[in-house]
Design a protein around this ligand. Structure first.
Ligand code: 5GP
Length: 176
């Protein structure tokens, strides 16, 4: 599979993703019993994961989208820009951030710190994927779908230069 100048190979199939997402939802339902959290998907990358995860949740929950960008091409720029803030009042709420992938953890750490300063009751995160740097730095992510090494991935909401988000499987970049 090719997107622009890069070649990709299938890494995680749609079926495997579905199984893992269902299990994550069951765990979240269990942990948030008698609570009514606000889910905060970080756009754009997490839109597909967030939709699938929410379809499997039974607990009463709200959703509010946040848009942040820190990536240009395939490498983190290390700079964060909040493009759309959350509109719901988060004071005294249980907030669950939904991320597609945690790489350096920079994005997530910044969002979690910001949310905690708003007087939230609790702030946790669920990420479909976690890369090696986040694992090594022990970045605070309560729920994780799959662990990766350093590979650059596309599909299931994640892009390369805006393309590939529509793919239902997850692909990893092949060395050229
Ligand atoms: P971090 O701040 O943890 O380094 O980067 C997190 C964000 O970078 C993710 O939410 C995601 O949007 C983007 N990102 C990190 N690794 C990848 C990757 O392999 N593929 C894609 N498409 N985006 C990535």
């Amino acid at each position: 599979m090719k997107i622009k100048d890069l070649k990709f190979k299938k890494l995680i199939t749609a079926g495997t993703i579905e199984e893992r997402v269902t299990a994550l939802a069951a765990q979240i339902d269990q942990d948030y019993k008698k609570k009514s959290p606000i889910l905060l998907p970080i756009l754009n990358g997490s839109f597909m994961f967030a939709a699938d995860l929410m379809k499997h949740l039974i607990l009463p929950c709200r959703v509010s989208f946040v848009k942040i960008s820190s990536y240009a091409g395939t490498a983190s720029t290390g700079q964060l820009k909040t493009l759309i803030g959350h509109d719901e009042s988060l004071f005294n709420q249980d907030v669950l951030i939904i991320e597609d992938i945690v790489d350096t953890g920079l994005t997530l750490q910044k969002i979690m710190a910001d949310l905690r300063s708003l007087g939230t009751k609790s702030v946790e995160a669920v990420s479909l994927l976690r890369k090696m740097p986040a694992r090594e730095k022990k970045i605070d992510v309560k729920y994780i779908g799959f662990d990766l090494e350093h590979e650059f991935v596309v599909g299931y909401g994640m892009d390369y230069d805006g393309l590939g988000r529509n793919l239902k499987d997850i692909y990893k970049q092949l060395e050229n």
